[in-house]
Design a protein around this ligand. Structure first.
Ligand code: MN
Length: 232
């Protein structure tokens, strides 16, 4: 038994549809540049492999939550994404085995300080300032893979104040979900509780205080979050 000098931080978690159980989140991995139309709108090289980055687990915001407009940005963007949650993991998972590690799926938002991303790309700086800040990881309720089956297609959509801004299909992912799991496990030991944001389609854009974001993927629980007044 370890005696902590201070109370341990709260465990981040996600809701699970049709269940009182919660999903404890360990790590949040994210895949960038995984839909061709988005690579093009960001003026990036179409032949570059997708990038991998992470967010802290305490950046999770659940369905119905509020995102205080963050400090240190004047260009705060939404990126609606399919999220994959893992029930097990390991190193060097073969692509053919990857789907066996999936717990379920959810809708998520990779919230981004876009102004700092441009600067980080230009100067070769780390991405925490653009991707890994407070409230940057809204994720809706998880639906278990037993209910959805292994997902390879499905309409993904984001509405900003009721207007459709992102509208694509998961089948357009450049790196498929089983490839992402296999590739990630070459670099990191994946484990139960890890979630993966799989990349955003084209149509990203800025939000302001008061905006409402509705994210959906066919077959999953939708998620709604609101941009609130700046954090005090
Ligand atoms: Mn993203």
């Amino acid at each position: 038994m370890v005696a902590f000098a201070l109370s341990p931080p709260q465990q981040a978690y996600l809701d699970i549809t049709a269940s009182d159980d919660k999903f404890a989140v360990r790590r949040i991995y994210c895949i960038g540049k995984n839909y061709l139309a988005h690579v093009r709108e960001m003026n990036q090289d179409e032949r570059d492999p997708p990038v991998i980055f992470m967010k802290p687990s305490d950046a999770i915001v659940r369905n119905g939550g509020e995102i205080p407009y963050p400090v240190f940005t004047n260009n705060f963007h939404y990126e609606c994404e399919l999220v994959v949650a893992l029930k097990s993991g390991g190193y060097n998972i073969p692509r053919a085995e990857a789907s066996k590690h999936i717990f379920g799926y959810a809708v998520g938002l990779d919230m981004t300080r876009r102004d700092h991303q441009a600067n980080a790309l230009e100067k070769g700086l780390p991405w925490e300032v653009t991707k890994g800040f407070d409230h940057s990881a809204p994720v809706g309720p998880l639906t278990r893979v037993e209910e959805t089956g292994v997902m390879t297609s499905g309409h993904v959509r984001l509405e900003l104040n009721g207007e459709t801004r992102q509208d694509a299909d998961i089948s357009l992912l450049i790196w498929k979900i089983d490839e992402i799991i296999a590739k990630l496990s070459e670099q990191h030991k994946l484990a139960a509780g890890d979630i993966i944001m799989t990349g955003t389609p084209a149509g990203v854009g800025p939000v302001v205080t008061g905006d409402v974001l509705d994210c959906s993927v066919d077959g999953l629980e939708p998620m709604q979050v609101r941009i609130a007044d700046p954090a005090a």
